[in-house]
Design a protein around this ligand. Structure first.
Ligand SMILES: Nc1ncnc2c1ncn2[C@@H]1O[C@H](COP(=O)(O)OP(=O)(O)OP(=O)(O)O)[C@@H](O)[C@H]1O
Ligand SMILES: [Mg+2]
Length: 187
């Protein structure tokens, strides 16, 4: 199956998930994440503000703040095909941007250079057991993940794990997959 078809397939599985199934899986995923040394040891964490068909990252952001961590969210530059992370200290520092995604307000948020990020929670739709992923199609994460030496993890529903996914030369795998079944360290 090509990337486009696989994205469609996983989006349908998301649609088929009931509200209670989703919440149950998310609860376990949060537990595994917060118990993980990779989370505990990270002071500065990059995460996206989730939309509907994604694992809800709201509780992750709030827990991070409660634990005194720096929470950074990406701002995309479509012209440059680039992305930078900015620290947010509350949800009021976000604004709706292209595609209705929430992004940091550049006027109030500090830019955090890639070298300062300890852990990046990488979004994506489809993953394989080697940590390769199919994202939302911009190549933004593939470009960014080469920029420094941070650790990377993805939070996934078990149906997002697929046996065969097409991998291209520019695709960058994540190191750890976290699902409701636990952690899978892949690299
Ligand atoms: N490191 C790179 N250098 C140049 N072009 C790239 C790079 N990474 C990705 N691209 C280009 O970006 C486009 C989208 O890439 P791809 O299909 O891998 O997206 P994705 O992995 O779903 O997106 P993302 O990484 O944002 O989640 C492709 O046309 C690809 O050629
Ligand atoms: Mg890719």
């Amino acid at each position: 199956m090509n990337k486009h078809r696989l994205r469609q397939k996983i989006n349908s599985s998301y649609q088929a998930l009931s509200g209670s199934e989703r919440l149950k899986a998310e609860k376990k995923i949060y537990e595994y994440l917060f118990q993980w040394d990779g989370w505990k040891q990270a002071d500065t964490i990059a995460v996206t503000v989730s939309l509907k068909n994604e694992i809800n990252t709201g509780p992750i952001i709030e827990t991070g703040w409660q634990q005194g961590k720096r929470i950074c969210v990406p701002k995309i530059d479509p012209e440059q095909r680039g992305m930078e992370f900015y620290e947010i200290q509350n949800f009021g520092e976000l604004e709706r941007s292209i595609g209705q995604i929430y992004e940091p307000k550049k006027s109030v948020c500090a830019l955090v250079p890639p070298e300062q990020l300890d852990l990046i929670l990488v979004p994506g739709l489809v993953f394989n057991k080697e940590g390769y992923r199919i994202g939302f199609g911009g190549g933004y994460y593939d470009r960014f993940l080469n920029r420094a030496d941070f650790s990377t993890a993805a939070l996934i529903h078990t149906f997002q794990l697929q046996e065969h996914i097409p991998v291209e030369a520019h695709d960058v795998p994540v190191q750890t997959l976290i699902s409701s079944d636990g952690l899978l360290h892949v690299g």
